[in-house]
Design a protein around this ligand. Structure first.
Ligand SMILES: C[S@@+](CC[C@H](N)C(=O)[O-])C[C@H]1O[C@@H](n2cnc3c(N)ncnc32)[C@H](O)[C@@H]1O
Length: 348
């Protein structure tokens, strides 16, 4: 069904494998948690989501406490982030009065799961950004951009070939490479992506999804905070990765049963956002960002009344979020805003 007879580009293939309404991974499975395929930061510890809320409230204060403020979560997964965000919001009654929370989710199945978890919370699901009328608007996505399909190109003898996947009778047959059009070549060149060898990865779809977000930011004021697994200097590697039951999977196997992501090229994403005239903070690691926001101090306060076992659990979870070799170093935090709203908390 996921066009398993025929040839499709890498991004089309991922789109179908993850988001086909009936057979796609995100339509069939709840991928999160121990029983699922992977765990994300909000599931590791609520302290992650608390720190993001602290950052958002500080941003709102920095903007002069606007009476109306939109917070839009992109790709809320199983809703865990938003649940903690809403719970912690109770501690900030003034901000609570001003903020309106929106969720943009593509998977109908995940929307159901989110609606169940957040049934008593004051949040609105949206299909596009037309409903967001009040600004400033802050968009937030954790592991959002890396879940949007990418295109892959291979460089051979200074020509650029797009990568396609050929399936026959439901089985993977081979990769095919087609010389890319002049238009695409120019686009890659303009972004400085053309190289002498290796693989070029280009998030065409991701950029398309960001277009209306940027429009809203330019219209209403505000910004976008993105946290993702990625790098700052392209090495020409193929970064596609697939995970099933917390183990590596070959991305064209177990279609619809395994997640597929890639490593975000932050240098490219920065260029794209700068071209759109947004102002960018310097990129920092998740470790840097969360520490600056006081995650350790918060854990210390929480730990005071806890047993040794409970303390160890908090420590173990923080270690996963902060360790340089794990999420702390591998995940990066990006903030882009319209230039009237410079805000450096967590970035310096
Ligand atoms: C890897 S999950 C991350 C979930 C969550 N943010 C977390 O940290 O646990 C990616 C999420 O983005 C959603 N998603 C992917 N593409 C989307 C799109 N174009 N519009 C809205 N949601 C999308 C997926 O369905 C999923 O909820």
């Amino acid at each position: 069904m996921i066009n398993l007879n025929g040839v499709q580009s890498v991004d089309k293939f991922i789109e179908n494998a993850l988001y086909d309404k009936k057979y796609g991974y995100y339509s069939k499975k709840n991928p999160f948690g121990k029983k699922g395929d992977f765990v994300t930061a909000p599931l590791i510890s609520p302290l992650f989501s608390e720190m993001i809320l602290i950052w958002v409230v500080s941003y709102w204060i920095h903007l002069g406490k606007p009476k109306k403020f939109s917070f839009v979560e992109l790709g809320p997964g199983n809703g865990a982030f938003c649940e903690t965000f809403c719970k912690t919001l109770e501690k900030f009654p003034q901000f609570k009065k001003s903020v309106k929370i929106y969720l943009l989710e593509k998977s109908e199945r995940l929307i159901k799961i989110q609606k169940n978890l957040l049934k008593d919370k004051n949040v609105t699901w949206i299909k596009n950004f037309n409903q967001i009328k009040n600004g400033p608007a802050l968009f937030f996505g954790n592991e959002f951009f890396d879940s949007i399909p990418i295109k892959q190109f291979h460089v051979k003898k200074s020509n650029i070939y797009e990568k396609f996947i050929h399936f026959k009778s439901g089985k993977f047959k081979e990769f095919l490479f087609k010389k890319t059009s002049k238009k695409t070549f120019k686009k890659l060149k303009d972004f400085g992506l053309i190289r002498n060898a290796g693989v070029i990865e280009y998030p065409q779809k991701g950029f398309k999804i960001l277009e209306p977000v940027i429009k809203k930011i330019n219209m209403l004021g505000g910004g976008i905070l993105l946290i993702d697994y990625g790098y700052t200097k392209a090495q020409g590697n193929d970064t596609l990765q697939s995970i099933k039951s917390h183990k590596k999977n070959i991305f064209y196997k177990n279609i619809g049963e395994a997640d597929i992501t890639y490593l975000v090229n932050f240098q490219l994403l920065n260029k794209f956002l700068l071209n759109k005239k947004l102002f960018l903070n310097n990129l920092v690691s998740q470790n840097f960002f969360l520490r600056k926001l006081g995650i350790i101090e918060r854990a210390e306060i929480l730990s005071k009344k806890l047993s040794f076992k409970e303390k160890s659990d908090i420590y173990y979870r923080l270690e996963r979020l902060l360790s340089e070799k794990k999420m702390g170093g591998l995940f990066k935090v990006l903030f882009a805003a319209n230039n009237k709203t410079r805000f450096n908390l967590g970035f310096k």
